[in-house]
Design a protein around this ligand. Structure first.
Ligand SMILES: [Zn+2]
Length: 652
């Protein structure tokens, strides 16, 4: 079965990371059709909060317009990785380009982070792109709404792009499509009806982006994209309906990806419905691209049924209304809760834009066909007795402007808590949100008698395969090579051990970095020295990729050190101060308690102005530089801090 165990991949993960900083760095001067033309203006609208709940800290942003640009930002300030890379730099060796006639594979995101999933296969002049997702911002990128894949390479070959496959409807797999579709030449998007509906819904907000072209596929469908590339789709279990995996037939062999997936288990924890994977096992899979998000955790994924039974029990015992806070992206569970409510004779009211949108899509596609009239508008809840009501709401992570928070603060226009309410948190805690969720739960507990969270069960019932799931799938499919995807390096590395347990040796588990190009031939998987640009591209509400490093640095500095604004009103005729300088501090020191420092600053400002001869015209830029340097130094000497000093000169 396993024919060739040799691969010449580079085993050192850090070898390539430093190159992010240079040769391929995408300079802003690079020509781009979009940049030079009058860029169409896109609109960016609140993105619903569902996907960010799965992937990162929650921030909300305003409706804003922006124009897309193409220049990507290479975030060299991601210093840790770069530093380690420097320390472990290897002697250079001759570049090994992809073998002629080979299939090339590269990930533009998703290999060193959770999110920004995007990769492609390329054979001669045929390219198929897999997923175009976003990543939610990190602490290192304040003020950034999203990070999207760097499409530079694909843009340069957009004529060759024959298809985009979207595996499922989570934002970390689909939500950059609106920003990038034009750069990719607007190729046909192959995806399930459910994913299509979600993408289309969000695309309505991007009024100037081209209309998307979809080809809906179902499990079992086979599609020929181009002369040498075709794919067969299969369904996988995840947390949103119609999640797809695929087998891409290429001249090098069959490439299989399960997308985001988990195995379905029964009550006793035994996996079932393995036929799909068994079929793959007969297809002589060259490389299996495998979701490694939860591979580090032992055991099988806990059955979603167990979580649902627990929720059912809580609802059954509730005396008054039931309010359940959940992720809008966990559509499968929302649907299940609606069915449980129906069984127990409760009407369901939805609260939260993204939740309403997703349930609407599910309804339209027939996912609630039994008697979905038990879903009622929120404003109708007063028509029913409390024990007949269940409210499903977003905001389980303590997001400040989500529905749940408004209920907690007594500001919700329809729902006010009653002490007879039962509140259930049906969602795991996203790391980083612990504190806000804790205070949310405290606040609720002060107002109602029954508060539950199912977080312990939830952690074990995630939408991603755990260690045993991953092992079983590798064993059944028995591919020549395994490429763990969708996660950080250490999580992907966990797959090496698991693979060994099912007889797949270490040299056949390939850990790739973003941007590395692999060359695939019949019996070989080789990571070449070629790299395509994969640095971060930021979307900050104003534009794509126009957030320079200096802007990020300013934001970080402002957050850390605060700022001082100095306002100088200067007489135009003689260059003297009209009045004493105004000094405003934000996030630095409380001025009222530091009068001495403020007075000393004023004295120094007067001295700086005084040194300029009265006949000399005020050179505002020069004066500002002087003030920044001298006041900055003084403040540092006094406080050992470096706030941003912002002089404003008004000539009167
Ligand atoms: Zn997902």
């Amino acid at each position: 079965m396993l024919k060739d165990k040799k691969t010449t991949k580079t085993n050192d993960p850090l070898r390539h990371s430093s190159s992010e900083a240079s040769p391929l760095r995408h300079s802003s001067s690079e020509a781009s059709p979009l940049r030079q033309s009058n860029s169409p203006r896109f609109r960016q609208v609140e993105a619903g909060s569902e996907a960010r709940k799965e992937t990162g800290p929650i921030r909300h942003f305003r409706r804003q317009t922006f124009s897309p640009r193409t220049h990507a930002l290479s975030v060299t300030s991601r210093s840790v990785r770069t530093e380690i890379a420097k320390k472990t730099a290897q002697p250079s060796r001759p570049a090994a380009a992809a073998e002629k006639g080979s299939v090339r594979f590269a990930a533009l995101g998703g290999m060193e982070e959770i999110g920004r999933n995007c990769s492609f296969f390329e054979y001669e002049n045929e390219i198929v792109v897999i997923d175009v997702g976003i990543q939610f911002p990190e602490e290192e990128t304040p003020g950034i709404d999203y990070i999207i894949p760097n499409a530079t390479y694909l843009e340069s070959k957009k004529k060759n792009i024959r298809a985009i496959i979207l595996t499922h409807g989570h934002y970390d797999h689909i939500a950059a499509i609106h920003y990038l579709i034009e750069k990719l030449g607007n190729p046909v998007i192959y995806t399930s009806a459910f994913t299509k509906a979600i993408v289309k819904k969000r695309h309505e907000e991007f009024t100037n982006a081209p209309k998307l072209i979809f080809e809906t596929v179902k499990p079992g469908d086979k599609v020929k994209f181009s002369e040498h590339l075709s794919a067969k789709f299969f369904e996988v279990g995840h947390t949103i309906p119609e999640s797809l995996g695929f087998v891409l037939e290429t001249p090098a062999g069959n490439m299989a990806s399960c997308g985001d997936f988990r195995l379905e288990t029964d009550r006793s924890g035994k996996p079932h419905d393995l036929e799909t994977f068994e079929a793959l096992g007969k297809m002589d899979i060259h490389t299996l691209f495998l979701d490694a998000t939860n591979a580090e955790f032992p055991g099988f994924t806990l059955s979603e049924r167990v979580v649902e039974e627990e929720i059912e029990e809580l609802i059954r015992n509730a005396k008054g209304r039931v309010i359940i806070a959940a992720f809008a992206s966990l559509v499968d569970r929302l649907l299940e809760i609606i069915k449980i409510a129906e069984k127990l004779g409760r009407k369901v009211a939805l609260n939260g834009r993204s939740m309403i949108a997703n349930i609407d899509i599910a309804k339209n596609l027939g996912y609630l066909k039994e008697k979905h009239e038990n879903v009622i508008p929120l404003q109708d809840i007063h028509k029913y007795k409390d024990e007949k009501i269940l409210i499903l709401t977003t905001g389980s992570q303590g997001e400040s402007n989500a529905g749940l928070m408004r209920m907690v603060n007594g500001e919700h226009r329809i729902v006010q808590f009653k002490d007879t309410d039962t509140i259930i948190f049906s969602s795991s805690v996203i790391p980083g949100n612990e504190r806000s969720i804790q205070s949310l739960q405290d606040n609720i507990a002060r107002q109602v008698d029954e508060v539950y969270n199912s977080k312990l069960l939830d952690i074990h019932s995630s939408g991603h395969a755990r260690g045993e799931d991953v092992k079983l799938v590798m064993k059944i499919i028995a591919p020549k090579f395994v490429v763990p995807i969708h996660s950080y390096y250490y999580k992907r590395k966990a797959v090496i051990k698991l693979a060994k347990e099912v007889g797949i040796e270490k040299d056949r588990v390939i850990l790739m970095d973003n941007g590395q190009v692999a060359s695939l031939t019949k019996n070989k998987f080789t990571i070449t020295d070629e790299k395509v640009p994969a640095s971060y591209v930021m979307v900050d509400g104003l534009g794509i990729g126009d957030v320079e490093e200096v802007v990020l640095r300013d934001r970080l500095n402002l957050a850390k050190e605060g700022m001082i604004v100095i306002i100088l009103a200067i007489q135009h005729s003689n260059g003297r101060l009209v009045k004493s300088p105004d000094i405003i501090s934000r996030g630095f020191i409380y001025l009222k308690e530091n009068r001495e420092i403020v007075e000393e600053m004023r004295k120094r400002l007067r001295a700086i102005i005084g040194r300029i001869p009265s006949y000399q015209k005020i050179e505002a830029d020069y004066l500002k530089t002087l003030i920044r340097e001298q006041i900055g130094q003084f403040v540092y000497n006094q406080t050992k801090r470096r706030p941003m000093v912002l002089p404003v000169i008004i000539e009167i």
